[in-house]
Design a protein around this ligand. Structure first.
Ligand code: NAD
Length: 363
């Protein structure tokens, strides 16, 4: 199959949809891979690394798209990219169509087959192509939080681990899913005193078993959140209520209960944020202070660690890409109900119930 890897053109997007190692897996199976010149540079992969993996480097972006049967991207296509897409082509990328009717309508007009990373499922009720980025964001949340606790950032001047004779930082993670568990794991690794709050007893049970007393699990109530506000040096917001915007768990009023210089990292900011005083920030200016509390609310955290994120994404997507390349989308999806859930649009029609429902239609 003819596969294209375009450079990402969304503002401040440094990831690329495939590493040279991924390209090699495809070229060695006899597929043709064209990579846009410079596509991997933001993730630390020069063109010659792709050439060594058997790819052709293409400078003409129109020719790159026109010559492909399968196009692999990271982010949803921008308007100039949608204009290049043709009915016979398959696009595989993060699409988030339910939140973007204009993009959905424009993609429908192309007639192309659009398969979304984020709607592919697994046997455990998870989203295997969303999880790697949640893992990155969760781990980064603690790294960012530790930095914000430094005095120069407006923090209380607390070292996460403490030192012998000085207690470690108290870290509370609200939401013990993929982001929350990764945040907790990082905080434990740094030697912090860690508590995880969740509304799912099943999740708390899993964490309790897995960490064998090295962290505390607490059922998430208003009381528990107020206690966390009073006691914590760092709170990571990692909740998700599927299909809804994030609940506002820490109100502005509650900031006054917190110790000055404490830090709130709101990973749920991409769903509106779980703290009342959160507003989305960028890596260029990631943190701000409200009532002496440092807020870090970057909506695209994995972008800061593009190389790690590219590798994690490529590892997760590669097996699915190989199946698309080997069998074509129809056969690959027919064989696997989880892969089928990735199908969002085909032949000018909506193909995913949740996307159709978002626009008051059915499919
Ligand atoms: P997940 O579904 O794996 O976990 C969410 C957890 O929140 C669940 O265990 C759920 O029971 C819990 N929860 C729901 N309501 C709660 C409440 N009131 N109190 C305590 N816990 C509650 O989701 P995830 O993959 O871990 O994602 C978490 C959030 O992080 C999402 O909003 C996601 O969009 C966001 N995210 C942001 C970035 C970023 O760059 N900012 C990157 C990845 C994910």
């Amino acid at each position: 199959m003819k596969i294209a890897i375009p450079a990402e053109i969304k503002n401040h997007e440094y990831r690329v949809s495939m590493t040279p190692a991924g390209v090699r897996e495809l070229t060695e199976r006899g597929h043709t891979v064209a990579v846009e010149r410079g596509a991997g540079v933001g993730s630390g992969y020069p063109d010659d690394a792709y050439e060594q993996a058997g790819a052709r480097i293409e400078s003409d972006v129109d020719a790159l798209w026109a010559g492909a049967e399968l196009i692999i991207k990271v982010k949803e296509p921008q308007p100039v990219e949608v204009a290049r897409l043709e009915a016979h082509q398959t696009l595989f990328a993060y699409l988030h169509l339910a939140a973007d009717e204009a993009l959905t309508r424009s993609l429908l007009k192309t007639g192309a087959t659009c398969i979304a990373y984020e709607t592919i499922t697994d046997d455990h009720g998870g989203l295997p192509l969303l999880a790697p980025m949640s893992g990155v964001a969760g781990r980064m949340a603690v790294q960012a939080g530790a930095h914000c606790l430094e005095k120069a950032q407006g923090g209380a001047g607390i070292l996460m681990s403490g030192v012998p004779g000085v207690a470690p930082a108290r870290v509370t993670v609200i939401g013990g899913g993929v982001v929350g568990e990764n945040a907790a794991r990082m905080a434990l690794g740094l030697g912090a005193d860690v508590t995880v709050l969740d509304r799912s007893l099943a999740r708390l049970e899993v964490l309790d078993q897995r960490y064998q007393g090295r962290l505390r699990t607490v059922y998430s109530t208003r009381d528990a959140i107020e206690a966390a506000a009073r006691d914590s040096d760092l709170i990571v917001g990692a909740v998700l209520v599927p299909g809804a915007s994030a609940p506002r768990l820490i109100t502005r009023e509650m900031l006054s209960m917190m110790k000055p210089g404490s830090v709130l990292v709101d990973v749920a900011i991409d769903q509106g944020g779980c703290f009342e005083t959160s507003r989305a920030t960028t890596h260029a200016d990631p943190a701000y202070i409200v009532d002496d509390i440092v807020h870090y609310c970057v909506a695209n955290m994995p972008g800061a660690v593009a190389r790690t994120s590219t590798q994690a994404l490529s590892n997760a997507t590669l097996p699915w890409i190989v199946r698309l390349a080997e069998h074509g989308w129809q056969e690959a999806l027919a064989e696997d109900e989880h892969f089928r859930r990735g199908l969002n649009l085909t032949g000018g029609a909506l193909a995913h119930p949740a996307v159709a429902e978002a626009f008051g239609e059915s499919c």
